[in-house]
Structures are given as structure tokens and as C-alpha cells.
Design a protein around this ligand. Sequence first.
Ligand code: C5P
Length: 224
Amino acid sequence: MSSIIIALDGYSSCGKSTTAKLAAKQLGYAYIDTGAMYRAVTLHFLQNHVSITNPHEVGKALDNIHITFRRHPETKSNDTFLNGLNVETEIRKMYVSERVSEVSAVAEVRHAMVAQQQKMGKSKSIVMDGRDIGTVVFPEAELKIFMTADPMMRAQRRQAELLAKGEMVDLVEIVANLEKRDHIDTHREESPLRQAEDALLIDNTFMTVDEQVELVVRLADERI
Ligand code: C5P
């Protein structure tokens, strides 16, 4: 049995993280949410008033950012830590979502994150989700999936997710945020979001989470 890298890319809020997390669990693989890393960088930049148009400030800030993932002892979730502090709840809030794509488009930010992600996947047995995993981070990944779903379905799922965390956000605001992020993510110069040529397209609009996980695990099993 060999160990592989599973790259899961796609648009905002189309269920990548949920599927990736559960598939990783079934396969006994590690799961890395690269969106959480860009969100943590964004939070740090906002807290420290880092100007993304000032390369010196960006470089200095990146030198001071240390991102790790740790398993929460009670919820068993894989929480994101920024310089030793649990920022899992904070990075999911709307004010971070509003700025994350601008920060993620900065070349220096991408280079720093991609280097870390490549280190994390060195020994394989990993499921990584994001926007550029199959194209830039691991172009040699054995399984590449590109996920998509109907925009209104994505917005409703996102709204339910935020509500479950106690944040009530209007659907119109969520649709606008998803559209804005997708636009920036697909149009940026540095590693834009696009489907890798050898990625399998999954439209999960009418799929349950279980069906998606089952499909990813089956595709992985065929390659292990
Ligand atoms: O996955 P999530 O929606 O949490 O990602 C937040 C944002 O981080 C995306 O909208 C995108 O701008 C950025 N991102 C990225 N590259 C990745 C993962 C996320 O640019 N690999």
C-alpha cells in the first residue's frame, strides 16, 4: 500500500473542508486546511495594521507569523493557532472573510504559505484543501479534485455554518462575499484558482456530505 497526496481545490464554500476532513479521517490521513492559514495571516495583518502594498511591512510581518494546527481535546477539531493563540473562531468571522482574498493575492504571502504547505505534505498521507493545491503546491499529487456547487447552495451552506457559530449574516451579504472572493481568487496574477488539467470535477450541489466523502475515499483507494 502506498501513501498519496490528495489535493482538493475549488470555489469558496463548496464544502471542500468538510469533505476533506472526513475523508482524511477515514483514510487515516492528516488534513490541512490551507484557507485557515491565509485567514490567520489576514487576522495578523488586520491586528497589526500591516499594509499589503508595502513589501517591507509584509515581509516583516510574515517573519513574525507562526501558524500551527492542534487537535482540540474536547471538540476533537483541528484548531488553527497563530503564534501560540487559538484563532479558530476568529478567523471564520465575516470581517476576516472580507479581507482574506486581498491578502491571499500578495505574492510574498503565497510564497511563504506554499513553502510551509509543501513541508507539511513531504511525507504524503495528506489531504489538503485550498485553491492552488493541485496546480502549485503539489502539482504531482496522485489525486486531484476540483469541487464546485451552485452559488446559492454555497451561500446557504455558509450562512448555516456561520449561524451555528452564533454569527447571523444576511444571505445577500454572504453571496456578495463569495462572489468577491471567487473573482479575486480566479483573477489574481499569482497562482489563480483554476482547475488543474488532471483534476476530477465534482459538482456537489445535489450530493450529501456522506456521498462526497465516499466518492473521495473510493478515488483515493483506487490510487493507494
Ligand atoms: O478555504 P477558505 O474559504 O477558508 O479560504 C479563504 C480564502 O483564502 C480564499 O477565499 C482565498 O482567497 C484564500 N486561499 C488561497 N489559497 C488557498 C486557500 C485559500 O488563496 N490555497
